[in-house]
Design a protein around this ligand. Structure first.
Ligand code: PEP
Ligand code: MG
Length: 589
């Protein structure tokens, strides 16, 4: 494929969060732009910055006039709003101030414009007059348009309808609901400026089997919708306008991957055993029932984590008890004897449900999330529990409570579950009387009292995504601190060891269902610590099974003993890499 003459290849390094290679035309997506970066310009560049500004203002004017025209005669009020937007856009005081700022401070037009706008907006927000306060939103709306036109000067960003097959979505950031909204058959990859490996968007990209790279920081202004882009989800690379040479190189990478995938197919029907014959249960995580086929195809031994909040966020109609029971029953029947662990709703954090939140929280990850929300909304919680119980009559179902931070929450959740069982018994509705109950260990406070909690449950499942976040005080969705986020931190591994040992001392089993369960560098650690189950994205099952088959339990135990004496994540990573490189060099990148 040849490149348009004026397009040169640009490589952006981010974090690969979903493996695979995607090549396709870019689709720009994004409701709001991040605040522009503080970019310096030279005196020679000032004239160019002015010119870009004039063009962006004039393009914005045309766009607003077009919208105004569309509304004329149909909706006079909206047409009047656009009239006001035109006045705001052309405000001479603002435009002059921006131009002067570029000249005096030698900063990019985007940065100068956004600083001036922010000052006006902040000032307006403080005035007592409600009408004037409202104008702040209009100013922001107009400013967003100008900023987008600065970044994408052909104005194509306006078209959010996917206009290409096989599109690669490029966005400042994507929320889990944005990700759900795309037609996955039309998409070949995701690339975002923000984001981190354990954001739910990344998890969803993995579960949808779509290559994705996040934390790319800033897409260049020259990028236009429709430009070709290559996403390397293994190396975390986003290559804009790839050259012929790059495309040829990637043909080889794709070939090698295809070869490995062929070999991995042999593992689809195999048991999950270490080289010395130690059994580990290998299950899959799912978010949607549409993934059931993948779970079977990849030979997972059941579902170790069903994140029920996704259908809940996706569709209000799915929230009734009847509909939930139907969905859970479908999953229970599909997995049969292998079983599914259904996790009760874990709304909150980055999975916000606007209808439930009457006001935004300052720290959603430390706020009204998971079991806290369920215990406060008892009737809805009970209807989910009854729906799960009903499904347990049709296949092996286990239930698990998320975000447990103290024993009281777990005990209360179990009491409510017992109430639900009584209600079903009274009505003669079937359910599994031996249904197993588990607690997620994803907050350090409960890892440290695991011995106590083990008395109330049949199993633990360690959620490393949150355990790392809450142990290290690293927001899992903040790309600025993404490099600090480290499952190989010896403190995190020590909490996992404490949890596994407490489980075994109390005669219950312990699994891991966070993303670290499929991190092949860490597989030797999980084998060495004696973890009983690993639950990974369906697409990771075969790789994980093959990795386990190459490892020796004794050697892995020695490795974890060494880790117990270490203080630095980097050292842990290095000895893990050595073992993984020796055991399965073709799968470590
Ligand atoms: C986890 O925290 O590791 C986990 C599996 O749950 P979630 O990613 O849904 O928070
Ligand atoms: Mg979690």
């Amino acid at each position: 494929m040849s490149l348009p003459a004026n397009k040169t290849e640009i490589r952006l390094q981010g974090i690969g969060v979903s493996p695979g290679i995607a090549i396709g035309p870019t689709e720009m997506f994004g409701k709001a732009l991040e605040e522009p970066e503080h970019v310096a310009v030279t005196e020679d560049q000032v004239a160019g910055e002015h010119e870009r500004f004039e063009k962006a203002i004039s393009l914005t004017r045309e766009q607003i006039q077009a919208l105004q025209k569309e509304m004329e005669g149909e909706n006079e009020e909206t047409s009047a709003i656009f009239e006001a937007h035109l006045l705001l856009l052309e405000d001479a005081a603002v435009l002059d101030e921006v131009r002067r700022k570029v000249e005096k401070e030698l900063k990019s037009i985007e940065w100068s414009y956004s600083i001036v706008i922010r000052r006006y907006v902040d000032a307006l927000r403080k005035v007592p007059d409600a009408y004037l306060r409202e104008r702040a939103t209009d100013i922001q709306d107009v400013a967003q348009r100008v900023l987008k036109n600065l970044r994408w000067p052909d104005g194509n960003w306006q078209n959010y309808e996917l206009s290409h097959e096989n599109a690669v979505i490029l966005a400042p950031d994507l929320t889990p609901s944005d990700t759900i909204a795309f037609d996955r058959n039309q998409i070949s990859g995701f690339a975002t400026e923000a984001g981190s490996p354990t954001s739910h968007t990344a998890i969803m990209a993995r579960s949808l089997n779509i290559p994705a790279v996040v934390a790319l920081h800033h897409f260049p202004n020259s990028l236009a919708p429709g430009d070709q882009v290559l996403i390397d989800g293994y190396q975390g690379l986003c290559i804009l306008n790839p050259s012929e040479k790059t495309l040829e190189e990637y043909e080889v990478v794709v070939e090698k991957e295809d070869k490995l995938l062929d070999e991995l197919r042999e593992y689809a029907d195999a048991e999950t055993l270490t080289a010395d014959g130690h059994k580990i249960v290998l299950s899959a995580n799912i978010e949607f029932t549409s993934e059931l086929e993948d779970v079977a195809r990849h030979g997972a031994e059941g579902i170790g984590l069903y994140r029920t909040e996704f259908f809940y966020l996706d569709d209000e109609n799915e929230r009734t008890e009847k509909r939930q029971a139907e969905i859970y029953t479908k999953v229970a029947k599909a997995v049969g004897d292998q079983g599914v662990i259904i996790r009760t709703l874990d709304i909150g954090g980055d999975k916000l449900c606007p209808e439930l939140l009457d006001h935004p929280e300052p720290n959603p990850f430390l706020g009204w999330r998971g079991i806290r929300l369920s215990l406060d909304r008892k009737e809805e919680f009970k209807s989910q529990l009854r729906a799960i119980l009903k499904a347990s009559a049709h296949g092996k179902v286990r239930i698990m409570f998320p975000f447990i931070s103290n024993a009281e929450e777990l005990i209360r959740a179990i009491e409510i579950l017992e109430e639900c069982k009584d209600e079903l018994r009274a009505k003669g509705i079937d359910f599994d009387e031996d249904l197993e109950v588990g607690a997620m260990i994803e907050i350090p406070s409960v890892a440290l009292i695991a011995d106590h909690l083990a008395k109330y449950v049949d199993f633990f499942s360690i959620g490393t995504n949150d355990l790392v976040q809450y142990t290290m005080a690293v927001d899992r969705v903040n790309d600025r601190v993404a490099s600090l986020y480290s499952p190989t931190h010896p403190g995190v591994i020590s909490l996992i060891r404490t949890t596994v040992e407490a489980a075994h001392r109390n005669g219950i089993w312990c699994g891991i269902c966070g993303e670290a369960a499929s991190d092949l560098l860490m597989t030797p650690v999980w084998v060495g610590l004696g973890v009983d189950e690993l639950s990974v994205g369906a697409a990771q099952v075969l790789r994980t099974r093959r990795a386990i088959s190459k490892l020796d339990t004794g050697a892995c135990r020695e490795l974890t003993e060494k880790i117990a004496g270490m203080g630095r994540a980097r050292d842990v990573k290095e000895i893990c890499r050595k073992m993984a490189d020796t055991a399965y060099p073709d799968m470590v990148r």
